[in-house]
Design a binder for this molecule. Structure first.
Ligand SMILES: [Zn+2]
Ligand SMILES: [Zn+2]
Ligand SMILES: [Zn+2]
Length: 480
């Protein structure tokens, strides 16, 4: 590297730069990749002359499982890199020369002070670890959004660099599924951006769409306009009306020349002719062949996935410093007297239908959010979490009718459907239930003050249930 550094504060020794009391490790593009030992430096500078090299190094750092590596401040020293949004999302900035090191010292201090605040404890599964890493990274960089990028190497065509870096490109769907899980846990909120269609077999997104023959599945078909000649009534493909000399059309049945479309003839539709099996048909099928596993699927059976911009919720922001708390990645901890969200959603849909057919019927949606229940889960034994939730469900059951139903959305959100009572009564019931739950926790867990927020609303007849509950939970978890 060149040693023409004007700044007296900066000293260079091989690839180690000391500046304003900080040590930087400088990666040059022709250097062999070795990231071991990097934890002792305050920040890393990558020469991004060779973008591919810079990408490999930054991926290696950000995909590491140790926070000493993956949270390390990383700067690029080549402004060409700013053109690449992938690298941009994974780096902390760009400098044009080493003289600018003084300008990033504050930045590094800020990142380090935030790193000191995050909770670091082993996660119960790889999936939770990846989400926790992502939340840690966003928190230490004061970033609130996960923005998808189109990525030609990704198996689904999109990637979220901060989370995707933990997966191979052909496993990109796993990043998407993880985000869906985090959304369900209310750690992030989705804003729709795009939709992708994926292979139903391998969830790959590199598909070839073809119009095919309904008889033999061949894509070797040709389409022609169909012509209806009014004077003689003949209907046939346009090729029957053509001649070899000019573009004039004449009828093969009555030999008359065709004059004006709409006057003496018409083009009622299109006809397809299979070159493979000779079948003539009007409607072709559309199939999508997967380049990854070669499965050929009817487009109606493709898997569609939303590509969202994800925003951190308050719960998500807190999870970086407080830890992610969840019973299980699969959340297969059904408590007696409750139903899972999928069933709940279906039943609420039936409630809506029931209300539509009989206006006298009412249904109320009661959603509870326990803001600090994770603090409680952390101090009690793992075996007691389930019994606590069971106790809470028992309390709720005592105050509602047997026909009402309860759903544990996730360990901090519960939804209850209260049928056929006026909303004022439902509000009273809700207040009583909350009071009893808080008392239960206070008496059994060392005077622990459980913070809860709740919302009672009439079940909407216009909005879909999923939309309604999503709005309620968003308001509850973002409040305070
Ligand atoms: Zn055919
Ligand atoms: Zn004719
Ligand atoms: Zn496939």
């Amino acid at each position: 590297m060149d040693n023409t550094l004007s700044n007296k504060e900066t000293a260079v020794n091989s690839n180690v730069i000391t500046s304003f009391g900080k040590t930087f490790y400088y990666f040059e593009s022709f250097q062999t990749l070795k990231i071991e030992g990097l934890e002792k430096y305050d920040a890393i500078i990558i020469d991004a002359k060779d973008l591919e090299f810079a990408k490999i190094i930054i991926k290696k750092i950000r995909s590491h499982s140790d926070p000493e590596f993956y949270l390390k401040p990383v700067y690029l020293i080549n402004n060409k890199a700013s053109q690449d949004p992938y690298i941009k999302q994974l780096s902390d900035g760009i400098i044009v020369s080493f003289d600018q090191l003084s300008e990033i010292i504050n930045d590094i201090n800020l990142i380090n002070s935030r790193i000191a605040r995050i909770e670091i404890s082993p996660s119960s599964s790889f999936e939770i670890q990846v989400i926790k890493k992502t939340l840690n990274y966003l928190f230490t960089r004061d970033v609130n959004k996960l923005i998808p990028l189109t990525e030609v190497n990704s198996s689904i065509g999109y990637c979220y660099p901060v989370i995707s870096v933990n997966f191979d490109v052909f496993e990109e769907i796993k990043a998407l599924e993880l985000l869906e899980w985090a959304e369900k846990e209310n750690l992030i909120w989705p804003d729709f951006q795009d939709r992708v269609y994926l292979c139903s077999n391998c969830k790959g997104g590199h598909l070839s769409f073809r119009e095919i023959c309904p008889k033999c599945d061949s894509a070797n078909i040709i389409s022609e306009d169909l012509i209806h000649h009014f004077p003689c009534g003949y209907i046939g493909p346009i090729s029957d009306f053509r001649n070899k000399v000019d573009t004039a059309l004449s009828c093969s049945k009555c030999s008359k020349s065709l004059r004006h479309i709409g006057v003496d003839y018409d083009k009622p539709s299109v006809i397809n002719h299979c070159q493979n099996c000779n079948q003539v048909f009007q409607d072709y099928l559309v199939k999508a062949k997967c380049f990854q596993c070669k499965t050929d699927t009817d487009v109606q059976f493709l898997v569609s996935k939303n590509i969202n911009v994800y925003k951190l919720t308050k719960k998500g922001r807190n999870a970086a410093i407080g830890g992610i708390y969840t019973s299980d990645y699969a959340l297969n901890n059904e408590i007696e007297g409750t139903i899972n969200f999928k069933t709940f959603s279906v039943m609420m849909h039936y409630e809506q239908e029931r209300m539509k057919s009989n206006p006298a019927l009412t249904s109320n949606l009661f959603v509870i959010y326990f803001d600090n229940i994770f603090d409680l889960y952390r101090i009690i034994k793992k075996s007691k979490e389930r019994s606590l939730l069971t106790e809470i469900v028992t309390i709720i059951r005592n105050d509602i009718s047997t026909a009402d139903f309860i759903c544990i959305n996730n360990p901090s959100v519960l939804s209850i459907c209260l049928n056929d009572i006026p909303i004022e009564n439902a509000k009273l019931t809700a207040a009583t239930i909350i009071e009893k739950i808080q008392l239960l926790v206070k008496n059994n867990f060392d005077r622990f003050d459980l913070h809860s927020a709740f919302e009672i609303s009439s079940l909407s007849k216009e909005q879909t249930f999923d939309k309604q509950i999503q709005t309620i939970i968003k308001e509850l978890t973002e409040k305070q």
